[in-house]
Structure formats: C-alpha cells, structure tokens
Design a binder for this molecule. Structure first.
Ligand SMILES: Cc1cc2nc3c(=O)[nH]c(=O)nc-3n(C[C@H](O)[C@H](O)[C@H](O)COP(=O)(O)O)c2cc1C
Length: 161
C-alpha cells in the first residue's frame, strides 16, 4: 500500500473521553486493582472481557502473540488453558517468560502483565476440562493445535471418531 493509500488509516482518530487515571484511586496491590477493573469490564458487558493476548518467545528469540481466555484468577496468577503441544506450549516449555495484554477498548483501558508461566496442577486442568460442553471436549482432542489441518473433512472425521 502506498503512502497516499495509507492516509485514511493515519486519519483514524478517537477522542478518549472516559475518566483518566489518578494515582490516589489506584490500589497498592496490582492484583487487587486488576480484580476491580475486571469487575468493571464484566459489568460493562463488553465483548469477551476475559480475552487476553498471550505473547511467548520462540527459541530463536522471535516473539509470538495470540488470544487466549482468562479462566481463573488467584492472588498472584492468571489462569488459561491450552494444549501443551501447541506452539505456545512448546515456547513456554523452553522459556516461560510471557506477557499478557488485556485490551478493553470500550472502557478505554489496557492492562499489561509480564511474568512467568507455570503448569496448573493436573486436578485443576481436569476440573476445567470436565466442566466444558462435551463437543468442546471432543474438539480439543480432535484438533492438534498449531498444526496444519489437511482438510475440513479430516477434522470432522476425527471429531466423529
Ligand atoms: C477469542 C479467542 C479466544 C481463544 N481462546 C483460547 C484459549 O483459551 N486457549 C487456546 O489454547 N486457544 C485459544 N484461542 C486460539 C488461539 O488464539 C490460537 O489460535 C491457538 O491456541 C493456537 O495458538 P499457537 O499456535 O500460537 O499455540 C482463542 C482464539 C480466540 C480468537
């Protein structure tokens, strides 16, 4: 795309009108602050408030980002579920430095998190797996995350089997 064709992108502009960020309003503990803001995101009924961008680093140092869903919180960690053999799973196995980004555009707010990823206890993964609709459970077994799917029929056949 040429510079001229790009001008309309550069012209996209939004005036942020919601409330600002004042230090006295912030909690000392960032996790407490996150819980408050997450509650506000839920209350505002924005689309997928628990969607977050997870970035990992490949062995060659190249970062990779994708969306995952927040499925649990405790005082010090953010929980998500994925396939350990996926690209992100393999990245984390080699290097567990990760970042998370929540972007709540409707609230004019983002939250940036940097930390280390660890496997949740097996019981917790199992508990979540069992809580999912049976079609989602089968879907998770049938699809090898991050792998090229030969065809739609292949996936449907695997699902039925
Ligand atoms: C809204 C949304 C939510 C998603 N949530 C998850 C999730 O919770 N866990 C997951 O493994 N993949 C989730 N995905 C799919 C991932 O973004 C990604 O495509 C997939 O996990 C393969 O990533 P990888 O090849 O980088 O490992 C989600 C995608 C979208 C668009």
């Amino acid at each position: 795309m040429s510079f001229h064709e790009n001008r309309h992108i550069a012209a996209l502009r939004k005036n942020y009108q919601r409330k600002g960020l004042d230090l006295p309003d912030l909690q000392d503990d960032p996790m407490t602050q996150f819980s408050i803001w997450f509650g506000e995101a839920l209350e505002a009924e924005i689309t997928e408030p628990n969607a977050m961008i997870l970035s990992t680093v490949a062995p060659d140092g190249v970062p990779a980002s994708r969306t995952v869903l927040l499925k649990g919180l405790d005082g010090e960690s953010f929980h998500f579920y994925t396939n350990y053999s996926s690209e992100k799973g393999l990245h984390i196995k080699e290097n567990n430095n990760v970042s998370l980004l929540f972007l709540w555009l409707d609230l004019e707010r983002q939250v940036r998190i940097t930390g280390k990823a660890f496997e949740l206890p097996m019981e917790e993964s199992l508990y979540y797996f069992k809580s999912r609709p049976v079609d989602s459970q089968i879907g998770a077994w049938a699809s090898n995350q991050s792998k090229v799917v030969p065809s739609r029929q292949y996936l449907e056949r695997k699902f039925r089997r």
